[in-house]
Design a protein around this ligand. Structure first.
Ligand SMILES: [Zn+2]
Length: 335
């Protein structure tokens, strides 16, 4: 099941901005060409109450009433921004409720992205935290939620929203040292939430072998011990070697494999309740083929992938992985 609305193409932060409508257009066009754009539902906007589970009222009011302005120098607000951002949050919420209700994977193809939006701030092209709104909705229904954030940037907003929340496991792989600068291995969350924030801070050059090792030795063991009732993926494609914004080096097949492994884990362990939401990713072909590969996997098919170079076959990220294991052994049984 796919939740999508062509109104997401109306969002233009500023002329020539890298977070542009063509990103989503490229994914949808490829899915259509592959016969994979199926079972598509239109979203309803998230309500005020749903937004307030993760954002302060004053911040929601700010974005709604700003008119023309900025939440950070690269994240412009226009009169229509609030409506489209609430629609994106509503789309991930709807996909998550459907996945939980029906016991099958769901995909939310949305813009603007959300994982840099925190309780009372936006930034990094994000206004409202789509995945956090959906996760908080499940927590309100008494469920434990895991968020796997595979965007190349640390999801500081999601981290801050759930840092003290033991019902939400937040796991992020990211390039450490680039925007927003947060997400060291030693950040394990706060108070009751300690151990439920897991950061894997990769350096430039990390790719296929490093991500595989992180999944084998950290992500899947912690998921299995945490036993979430639903898994949400903040899926940015900016860790791809063709992405212009970062220096991580995942190939398309490794991306598809990483997400498919999450779906297979959810199929075995939490009743297929698996949700993917688009975050960043700025190379159009990489975006299109990774999403096509993932949706094809759901349908028991494969699609041809063109961006297959393996630039990290040795596991350049083993040092980061060791640092994360060291910080997390207090909370989890890790080899
Ligand atoms: Zn990103």
């Amino acid at each position: 099941m796919i939740v999508y609305d062509s109104r997401f193409l109306d969002h233009v932060p500023s002329p020539f901005h890298v977070e542009r409508p063509d990103r989503l257009r490229s994914i949808v066009d490829r899915l259509r060409r592959e016969g994979l754009f199926l079972d598509v539902q239109m979203p309803a906007p998230a309500t005020e109450e749903e937004l307030r589970r993760v954002h302060r009222e004053s911040y929601v009011d700010l974005v709604r009433n700003l008119g023309e302005g900025f939440v950070d120098p690269e994240t412009a607000v226009h009169p229509g921004t609030f409506d489209i951002a609430t629609l994106a949050a509503g789309a991930v919420l709807q996909a998550t409720r459907a996945a939980v209700r029906d016991g099958r994977p769901a995909l939310a193809l949305v813009r603007p992205p959300g994982h840099h939006a925190g309780p009372d701030y936006g930034g990094g092209f994000c206004y409202l935290n789509n995945v956090a709104v959906a996760a908080a909705d499940q927590v309100a229904s008494g469920r434990r939620v895991a968020i796997l954030d595979y965007d190349a940037h640390h999801g500081n907003g999601t981290r801050d929203i759930f840092a003290a929340e033991p019902s939400v496991l937040y796991v992020s792989t990211h390039q450490y040292g680039i925007y927003p600068g947060t997400g060291p291995a030693e950040d394990v969350g706060e108070g009751e939430g300690r151990g439920f924030t897991v950061n894997i801070p990769f350096s430039a050059g990390c790719g296929d072998a490093s991500y595989r090792a992180a999944l084998d030795t950290i992500v899947e063991p912690i998921l299995t011990q945490f036993r979430p009732e639903v898994v949400l993926v903040s899926l940015g494609i900016d860790a791809h070697y063709r992405d212009p914004l970062t220096s991580l080096t995942l190939s398309s097949p490794a991306y598809v494999e990483m997400v498919s492994r999450g779906a297979e884990w959810a199929a075995r362990s939490c009743g297929h309740r698996f949700v993917i939401a688009l975050e960043g990713g700025y190379h159009l072909e990489a975006l299109a083929e990774v999403f096509a590969g993932v949706v094809a996997h759901f349908e028991g098919r494969t699609v041809p992938l063109a961006l297959t170079e393996v630039l990290d076959d040795k596991g350049r990220g083993l040092e980061a992985i060791e640092a994360t294991k060291k910080a997390q052994r207090e909370f989890w049984n890790l080899r």
